[in-house]
Design a protein. Structure first.
Length: 435
């Protein structure tokens, strides 16, 4: 005899099924996140100002960036307050592969992260995941690209052990992303769209340790893949290694830089919800310009503009990215090809040079932190968060308000620069157009 039907239960079941479908749709159609790097408080502020939805950072000893990284626990606390005051998200990297001697420091650091109210921690080591789940109850766990997740079964495994988001290996193709999204639909996917590429498998490189005694897998890479080599090289140990070379040496490990600004729609449709920019060791100028370029394209995509408008935004973004120093650009492994190599070692684009940061202003007078030489007759433009502004210098004054012919970087002092127009914003940048 069939059990009597309960109309109320049937209605609840239909509602549950409907909501489950909606949850799945929302996961696929989720708003794109633009995730920017920060190696200092200053760089972090530029990332936020120029359009990042979230920023990632970490202290040098445990976050895969031991060099050109000024963060301490104290400044991480300042960073967290600044980011959250602007309504953005903060992800703290604790993604080295830890040895036993690292564990006490990492456990202490995780207890400190409680104070940050961070939105997620980025980890790669299974042991550290265990510590995070024990110490930071309820925090989102993002799996670092260092974990080399390249297939859906691995993604499913990590999701089951509590990982909310996976930062996919750089070697993952567009088709791989689609399959991972289909097989593990509730898992968030993050993908690198711009920045330096490593000649090793998702950064698991032993070359730095082998050549100079400093481990890339503990955040202290000396980048020997970028060095110019002659016929022989001498390791720190004194061992001599012979190489083939021509009159210019050889850059046989030097990858081109990743640039996927043309493929953001494809990545979104494949299921990526966070577009990540590499560059915690890069300048404020790099962080601002790259973040701004991707922000503008993402905004056009999100506003559901037609394909012509998206194409125009991409073209403008590509032009801006081409103005930055780079090793040449590659699409990486997105379409199944090997990442391009820059065997010449030369950087592309010497037409533009970053010269300074605007830290304060009063009408036409700018207080500037100078990074490269700046002279009265230089052809300059200001990089603001929404546009580029041509300017001319009327006068340059040192900290003592004495007029000088030129300003120079390399120290902590500031210069006052009077220009021919008002309306420049704080956190703008100045670059020189080489003549």
């Amino acid at each position: 005899m069939n059990a009597e039907k309960n109309p109320k239960k049937e209605l609840l079941a239909r509602d549950f099924a409907k909501n489950s479908t909606n949850r799945s749709k929302n996961q696929f159609g989720k708003k794109i996140e633009l995730l920017a790097p920060a190696g200092s408080i200053e760089k972090l502020k530029y990332a936020i100002e120029y359009g990042a939805d979230a920023v990632y950072a970490g202290i040098p000893s445990v976050s895969m960036r031991a060099r050109v990284n000024s963060f301490s626990e104290e400044s991480l606390l300042e960073a967290s307050k600044y980011i959250h005051a602007h309504g953005k998200k903060f992800y703290v990297a604790v993604n080295i592969y830890a040895h036993n001697y690292h564990l006490p420091q990492i456990e202490k650091h995780l207890r400190f992260i409680k104070k940050l109210k961070a939105d997620a921690v980025i980890v790669s080591d299974p042991g550290i995941i265990g510590l995070v789940k024990k110490i930071l109850l309820g925090i989102d766990i993002h799996l670092s690209t260092q974990a080399n997740t390249t297939n859906w079964m691995a993604a499913k495994f990590w999701h089951k052990v509590g990982v909310k988001r996976i930062i996919l290996a750089r070697e993952v193709t567009l088709e791989d992303i689609k399959i991972i999204r289909k097989k593990v639909p509730k898992l968030e996917l993050e993908y690198f769209v711009h920045g330096a590429m490593c000649m090793s498998y998702s950064g698991r490189c032993i070359l730095s340790k082998w050549m100079s005694g400093k481990s890339a897998n503990e955040g202290d890479c000396t980048q020997p893949c970028r060095w110019a080599y002659a016929k022989v090289i001498e390791k720190k140990s004194g061992e001599i290694v012979e190489l083939e070379e021509d009159s210019h040496g050889t850059y046989f490990f030097n990858s081109k830089d990743l640039n996927l600004i043309e493929h953001l729609e494809e990545l979104k449709n494949a299921g990526v919800t966070s577009f990540k920019i590499e560059g915690r060791s890069k300048s404020s100028y790099y962080v601002a310009c790259v973040t701004r370029a991707y922000r503008k394209v993402i905004d056009v995509i999100e506003s559901k503009k037609n394909s012509a408008e998206v194409k125009n935004a991409v073209n403008r973004g590509r032009e801006e990215l081409n103005k930055l120093a780079n090793r040449g650009y590659t699409k990486g492994f997105l379409f199944g090809n090997e990442a391009g190599q820059n065997l010449s070692g030369q950087q592309s684009n010497d037409e533009y040079q970053f010269v300074g940061e605007v830290v304060e202003l009063d009408g036409k007078e700018l207080k500037v932190k100078v990074h490269n030489a700046l002279r009265k007759d230089d052809k300059l433009e200001v990089i603001a968060k929404n546009r580029n502004i041509p300017i001319k210098i009327v006068g340059i004054y040192n900290e003592d308000r004495k007029e000088v012919e030129s300003a120079h970087g390399g120290h902590d002092s500031f210069y006052y620069i009077v220009i021919d127009r008002k309306g420049i914003e704080p956190l703008s940048l100045i670059r020189k157009i080489q003549q």
